[in-house]
Write a protein that binds this ligand. Structure first.
Ligand SMILES: Cc1ncc(COP(=O)(O)O)c(C=O)c1O
Length: 432
């Protein structure tokens, strides 16, 4: 195939990384490869897959939609699949979120939330209220705005000049507490930095953006529920919007449909993507309260939200999302999540005290281990060794540096999940 273009793979180094593995088909938790392997996808293919690969119900819904309407411009037009999704989502999202805006993926859902927050105050003739506050260790995507609110990392390093300034505050990273306390005895003192910032500068701040309860790409950092609750209370007190980036945490990953539910918190804006189509098609959605939207309800055309992507509200993606939500209605999805959570808890407890393990973390269907190494962080030398080790044993796990996490599709069976942990345990004994 020398005449073909060379596919440039994401988050990959063409010199240092092994050649990509060709997948010929997938079913349930398994990826079948051209060289005859059957690999357990223990990370849901970048956290998108919920009900198994090639789920027949979602596949059939897309096929049926494709025969009727594949796509139509959403400016000036609408369609049944989008309207059905608006009804279905209503049931699951916090009641105060009354509007939804479609985009393409997690990053664009975040871009939309940030722009809505900023323009809201602009439309109300408060243009000075435009700054964004974000957390240390946060990750919100790779487009320029999402990258700006993400914390500095190897992903953002070459693009410092493209990142707009953001006020950065402590995350509740209890294992490496930013204020040197212990979770057992602390009172979430790390949030005081945000409190002080808002006391001083709320007049200039439009929004605080957080990954609720779980910071994903920053290292699968699980926050105490109280941290999110305190952030919410501070935003309310200082008239600053709270943006919940539920791109990873949405659709059951934390044990509730959305992480905000687990904390009993309602954000002003919420970003969802990844699992929304069950892992079939790309789609982003930004939800907002009536208050956020009200500033755009105006006879002044300049108050319109001039933002949209060609594939906004794509009918095939909407059909996939509707089928995904129907599966939540019909199948014991939360029982499956509880079973996964139980196995995470059981296996992590067995590993926790090993000398190589610094911390274990779990929330709902996500389990993680942080290893003690001399070079922690995304570029830890441990990472490629572990990645290869797992793949040689037909398990797909993509460590975030020295953090290994298990985030499987909900249909994973008990023995398959135990197999994943057996391989991790073997890695601790041999690689570390
Ligand atoms: C919390 C969070 N926000 C946003 C994104 C960006 O999503 P996408 O990769 O679909 O652009 C991600 C992706 O991992 C994420 O975890």
């Amino acid at each position: 195939m020398s005449s073909a273009l060379r596919i440039w793979h994401p988050f990959s180094n063409s010199v240092l990384d092994p050649a990509p593995i060709r997948v010929t088909k997938a079913e349930g938790v398994f990826l079948y490869t051209a060289d005859g392997r059957k690999i357990i996808d223990a990370i849901s293919s970048w956290w998108v897959n919920l009900h198994g690969h090639a789920n027949p119900r979602i596949g059939a819904a897309i096929a049926e939609q494709a025969r009727k309407l594949e796509h139509v411009i959403l400016a000036g037009f609408t369609h049944e699949a989008a309207e059905e999704l608006a009804v279905r989502l209503r049931k699951w999202v916090p009641r105060e979120l009354t509007h939804l805006f479609f985009s393409d993926d997690g990053s664009t859902a975040v871009e939309v939330a940030l722009k809505l927050a900023v323009q809201h105050f602009q439309n109300l003739s408060r243009p000075e209220k435009r700054e964004i506050v974000a957390l240390e260790h946060g990750y919100h995507g790779d487009t320029a705005g999402a990258m700006s609110v993400s914390d500095e990392s190897p992903f953002t390093k070459p693009f410092e000049s493209m990142r707009y300034p953001v006020c950065r505050v402590y995350s509740a990273y209890c294992y490496r507490c930013p204020v040197g306390l212990k979770r057992e005895t602390c009172h979430i003192e790390c949030v005081k930095q945000l409190e002080q910032l808002l006391e001083e500068r709320a007049g200039q701040i439009a929004a605080v953006i957080v990954e609720p309860l779980l910071q994903g790409a920053g290292g699968m950092i699980v926050h105490p529920v109280e941290f999110l609750q305190k952030v919410r209370a501070l935003c309310t007190r200082h008239d600053v919007f709270l943006i919940a980036d539920e791109v990873l945490t949405g659709f059951g990953r934390t044990g509730k449909m959305f992480a905000c539910d687990a904390a009993n918190v309602t954000p002003d804006l919420m970003c969802i993507s990844k699992g929304i189509t069950g892992g079939f098609l790309t789609m982003g959605v930004t939800l907002c309260s009536d208050r956020v939207e009200s500033a755009f309800r105006s006879e002044n055309r300049m108050h319109s939200f001039y933002h949209g992507h060609s594939y906004t509200g794509n009918a095939l993606a909407c059909a996939a999302a509707n089928a995904n939500l129907q599966i939540f209605e019909d199948e014991p999805v939360f029982d499956r999540i509880r079973t996964i959570a139980r196995i995470h808890a059981e296996r992590l407890a067995q590993i926790r005290d090993l000398r190589q393990v610094g911390d274990t973390r779990q929330i709902g269907a996500i389990g993680a281990l942080e290893f003690r190494v001399e070079d922690p962080g995304y570029l830890s030398s441990l990472r490629p060794k572990l990645y290869d080790f797992f793949l040689e044993r037909s398990v797909l796990l993509r460590p975030l540096g020295n953090v290994v996490y298990v985030l499987p599709p909900y249909v994973i069976e008990t023995e398959q999940l135990h197999r994943v942990y057996d391989v991790i345990t073997e890695a601790i004994e041999t690689v570390l």
